[in-house]
Ligand binder design. Structure first.
Ligand code: COA
Length: 256
């Protein structure tokens, strides 16, 4: 269904796609080739007739151990910006898929790998999963949308603690923090349960799920629109005038 890529493999079962990052000798670290191939694959996946997608990493040891540190090391500012943009585009493309997505995290999900998982709708973790944003330990910061997405999930204070400390968290803590939806014994069970989970959503209206997903991802645009919509309404004029004129506002009680 999707083109052949060197660093990715793809299969479909019962209308659920499984996309695997396939670079196990480097713990599936995200180099430019992987990111470019992911971007290409996601363009194809956006219009694929699927009911769900599983994202996982090849091998038993890692989901994705981060962006490729060796490849990042020599980058100049402009190249680093392009690298971050490419990573962000990939995470945005995961979010923009119209059907539900689950990141199946087995082993390490560090740095860009954690960020990739955060851009899926859910994370299912195996018992041995390890999550973390260790960038500050390398003199770096997260650059694939992780600061923003983590903050939305765990709250600003906890996100600061995790990003400033760069510490690893276990699957148990990830579940407590709302990062992982559920924990499973091993990789085989993890993938089987994710496949099984889609049986529920596959029976629902995929059109409605796609719309709900769109709205959930559009918070900022909706907020901006709603903010702009109420400008120069009677209530807005009354409220701001009353403040300036140092009196109590007399609202009409109408709803837009
Ligand atoms: N970028 C590039 N290469 C990576 C990598 C990364 N993020 N993570 C792992 N690798 C490579 C290693 O260099 C090693 O390659 P080599 O065999 O050619 O030397 C291979 O993957 C296996 O990793 P190794 O470190 O030997 O495994 P380990 O079990 O001793 O340690 C980790 C596993 C995950 C703790 C360790 O690899 C690590 O700390 N990786 C970096 C994590 C990180 O900081 N990610 C955020 C990047 S911004």
């Amino acid at each position: 269904m999707i083109s052949n890529f060197e660093t990715l493999s793809f299969s479909v079962s019962d209308d659920i796609g499984t996309l695997v990052i396939n670079r196990p000798d480097k713990l599936n670290a995200l180099n430019i080739q992987v990111l470019r191939e992911l971007k290409g694959a996601l363009t194809e996946l956006k219009t694929a007739p699927l009911k769900g997608l599983i994202l996982t990493g090849e091998g038993e040891k890692a989901f994705i151990a981060g962006a490729d540190i060796a490849e990042m090391k020599p980058l100049e500012t402009g190249e680093a910006l392009a690298f971050s943009e490419l990573g962000q585009l990939v995470t945005l493309a995961f979010e923009a898929l119209p059907y539900p997505t689950i990141a199946c995290v087995n082993g390490f999900a560090l740095g860009g790998g954690f960020e990739m998982a955060l851009s899926c709708d859910f994370i299912f973790a195996s018992k041995n999963a390890v999550f973390g944003l260790p960038e500050v330990k390398l003199g770096l910061i997260p650059g694939f949308g992780g600061t923003q997405r983590l903050m939305k999930i765990v709250g600003e204070r906890r996100a600061r603690e995790l990003i400033f400390s760069g510490r690893n968290i276990t699957s148990d803590e990830a579940k407590i923090l709302g990062i992982a939806l559920d924990i499973f014994a091993d990789k085989a069970q993890l993938l089987a349960e994710a496949q099984n989970w889609f049986k529920t959503t596959s029976k629902n209206s995929l059109m409605a799920i796609a719309k709900a997903k769109f709205v959930l991802g559009q918070g900022m645009i909706e907020e901006r629109k709603a903010f702009a919509d109420i400008f120069q309404t009677e209530d807005m004029i009354e409220g701001t005038s009353a403040f300036i004129e140092k009196r109590k506002a007399q609202f009409k009680g109408k709803i837009l």
